[in-house]
Design a protein around this ligand. Structure first.
Ligand code: ADP
Ligand code: MG
Length: 717
């Protein structure tokens, strides 16, 4: 499996596979599993082959000719075949080399989709197998016809059949493969051994082979992944670190709050306290809806750590959020605690003098709380005694960044906050090395948010109502957001939008409508008569940090009525007076993203309204997403729906999980039970054999599964 592809395949194929998929070893290639299988179908007689359908013919080559293409460069190879009842043409583009096999008189079996070209029935690029001897038993032909044809995820430069061929070569020369699954487990779970499973998923003789192989490989995937995660967790647990929970400052902080914590918040504060007291580094994810009160909980942890003399670094994804966090932490801490913790802000956009002061406060230990953006990761940032790392909005950061910050302390505790609710199976798969705490209930007294879908496909006239409603809100003294998917034509914020692929059902054949942009919306809204005296500004990722801060500050201060924005405002923006959220082209955002955006309003005393404006036709997948968001306020339900509607690769990017290639066969939305089962077995095994002394093959499989950074991470701990 570790043999290099270049030692097995031709130079061109190997390079093409490397370029398309980054594959280096035989193991990489054999892990490229078929997306699905086609069947050649029953044998058909040429006399009655149906146009447009898949047919399998046993026939003899009559003639072969090659001609240049009419319009383009290249050549067409045309092969006439007959079974005695009729004539069919096979066509191949730029594959003249097939001439040497397809000589007149050769018999074989041919399969493909039947087309009609200039009155002749033809198979373009058929799949075929030529008979060695002149006769092949009816039995054998039938078997061949029933054998599933694997269809691989392919690219423009590497076709499915080329991948299949390369895999065939690799399987033929494959040395014995070691099975990461311990034999007892394989028996109890009735799993195929690894080598057979690889053979059968790639070269099934019948559909059942492929299914069984898939099940076995899926179990293996879940098991190896869970072992890797459990192991990482063990490694973390075995590290000793400073106990950070002593004294009663935390209690003082909590009782000084202008509200009482919800039971969920109390539980999380207790979880964290126990972690900080354990003497091992905390690695905890706190998930809770926007506004559920995660920041307060994190602040309690910061206070605890500060009392032990330690510092907290809080990493926020954007400048806007970092400054907002800074402000809201100041407010949450209250003047007394703020004096003790002496929070400082550190961002890349800050004036040099201010930055220098902040750096000094961090390095000298004068500040117990340093809030910042990626700037915190820079080499110039040092801490006197970094005790706690808090990372806000996990989905914006990768494992590597979490690591970079950790390295600035000696096994600091780590607390990750996320407002994207994570279904249990995902948490177990992606964040399996983290403990998870959940804040489910919202603080009481929150105003509800009403969500409406403005379906312009059905009701174009509703568009003007959107602006009238927004204006009414401003007249009532409130503020509002208008979110557009793009800044300017074809300028979108990084990794923002649902790929068009997902909506392709609706757009096939048509040119997709251009995205609504911030640049066009700003003057449009300003020009509306009812907005004549409203103050409308725009904010997006192309502005400098300073400009963004200025605009956000003005919005906070109520100096701006309506903010036209991209998703830069998605996470954590907290303006109590904002009551209306208008999302244009709402179908271009993911379910969770829409939910996040909606969470920007209704944060104060005023009920929030969210208008999801879309052109997506009723019944389309795109519209389903938008309707789903309008139908519920429960972020956990929406996360589950999101998972169903999205490709999981997006949700579980390698970036996030530290797993080299994401998931292959495993689907967290469907394989929850399997994942739980694998987790249990992984735990049992690692409890008995933590160092994998008895399970060396499993150890190697785990190492292959983790990417470099994760391996490094294992070593460091
Ligand atoms: P999150 O970070 O989860 O989005 P925050 O911690 O920022 O939520 O809390 C949102 C708002 O709710 C803040 O103004 C905060 O002071 C307030 N808040 C937090 N917990 C409570 C509570 N238990 N009762 C009332 N208000 C709360
Ligand atoms: Mg928050």
């Amino acid at each position: 499996m570790d043999t290099k592809l270049r030692d097995v395949l031709g130079d061109r194929t190997q390079k093409a596979l490397h370029k398309a998929f980054g594959y280096v070893t035989v193991g990489d290639l054999l892990g490229h599993f078929p997306r699905r299988y086609a069947t050649r179908g029953e044998l058909t007689s040429m006399a009655d082959i149906p146009i447009g359908e898949q047919a399998t013919l046993v026939a003899e080559v009559v003639s072969v000719s090659q001609r240049p293409m009419r319009q383009k460069s290249g050549s067409v190879l045309e092969v006439a075949i007959t079974d005695g009842t009729g004539l069919v043409t096979l066509t191949f583009f730029n594959q003249a080399w097939r001439q040497k096999d397809l000589v007149p008189g050769t018999r074989g079996i041919f399969a493909g989709k039947v087309g009609l070209y200039r009155g002749t029935r033809q198979l373009a690029h058929p799949d075929y197998e030529l008979f060695e001897s002149s006769e092949l038993s009816a039995e054998a032909s039938k078997e061949w016809a029933l054998r599933p044809i694997p269809l691989y995820p392919a690219t423009q430069s590497v076709a499915s059949w080329q991948i299949g061929k390369a895999i065939g070569v690799a399987l033929d020369v494959l040395d014995p493969v070691e099975d990461p699954i311990p034999p007892e487990l394989a028996t109890s779970q009735s799993l195929m051994d690894f080598a057979s499973a690889l053979e059968k998923i790639h070269r099934p003789k019948e559909a059942k082979d492929a299914e069984d192989a898939r099940e076995s490989l899926k179990f293996q995937e879940a098991f190896v992944l869970q072992c890797a995660l459990v192991r990482r967790r063990h490694a973390q647990r075995s590290v000793a670190t400073m106990v950070r929970a002593s004294g009663d400052l935390t209690q003082e902080f909590v009782s000084g709050l202008p509200f009482v914590l919800t039971p969920d918040q109390e539980q999380v504060v207790a979880d964290i306290h126990a972690d900080l007291a354990s003497g091992h580094p905390m690695n905890r994810l706190v998930q809770g809806e926007v506004g559920s009160g995660k920041t307060v909980v994190a602040a309690a942890a910061m206070v605890t750590v500060a009392q032990s003399g330690g510092q907290t670094a809080l990493l926020a994804p954007t400048e806007v959020l970092a400054s907002q966090h800074y402000r809201s932490l100041m407010a949450t801490l209250g003047p007394d605690m703020a004096t003790r913790l002496n929070p400082v802000l550190l961002t890349a956009a800050m004036p040099a003098a201010k930055k220098k002061k902040a750096l000094l406060a961090a390095a000298s230990g004068a500040s117990h709380l340093v809030v910042g953006t990626h700037a915190l990761l820079s080499d110039s940032v040092a801490f006197a005694d970094l005790g706690l790392v808090v990372i806000d909005e996990q989905h914006r950061f990768g494992v590597n960044q979490r690591e970079a910050l950790r390295q600035k302390g000696t096994h600091p505790h780590v607390l990750v906050l996320t407002a994207t609710p994570i279904p249990r199976t995902v948490a177990m798969t992606v964040f399996g090395d983290l403990d998870v705490s959940t804040i489910r209930t919202m603080p009481s007294g929150r105003s509800p948010i009403e969500t409406h879908v403005v379906a312009l496909d059905d009701h174009p006239s509703w568009y003007s109502r959107v602006w009238t409603r927004l204006s009414e809100e401003v007249v009532a003294g409130r503020q509002g957001f208008v979110v557009a998917p793009a800044i300017a034509p074809s300028v979108i914020e990084e990794n923002d939008l649902v790929p068009v692929e997902l909506t392709s059902e609706e757009t096939i054949g048509e040119k997709p409508r251009a995205l609504v942009t911030v640049e066009e919306t700003l003057p449009m809204v300003r020009a509306l008569p009812e907005f004549a005296s409203h103050r409308v500004e725009a904010i997006h990722g192309r502005l400098s940090g300073d400009e963004k801060d200025q605009i956000m500050n003005a919005f906070h201060a109520g100096e701006i009525d309506v903010l036209i924005a991209t998703t830069v405002i998605e996470v954590g923006i907290d303006v109590a007076n904002a009551s209306m959220m208008v999302v244009l082209d709402a179908d271009r955002f993911g379910v969770s993203q829409l939910h996040q955006l909606r969470g920007r309003v209704g944060r104060g005393a005023h009920p929030g309204t969210c208008l999801l404006v879309t052109y997506a036709p009723a019944m389309s997948v795109a519209r389903q997403r938008v309707d789903a968001v309008a139908a519920t306020l429960d972020g956990f339900d929406l996360a589950a729906i999101d998972l169903e509607l999205r490709r999981e690769g997006d949700v579980l990017g390698a970036r996030q999980s530290g797993v080299r290639s994401g998931l292959k066969l495993l689907r967290v939305s469907q394989d929850g039970e399997l994942i739980e089962k694998a987790r249990t077995y992984a735990q049992e095994l690692l409890d008995q054999d933590p160092e994998l002394v008895e399970h060396a093959a499993l150890g190697r499989a785990i190492a292959r599964r983790l990417d470099d950074s994760a391996e490094e991470f294992l070593e460091k701990n």
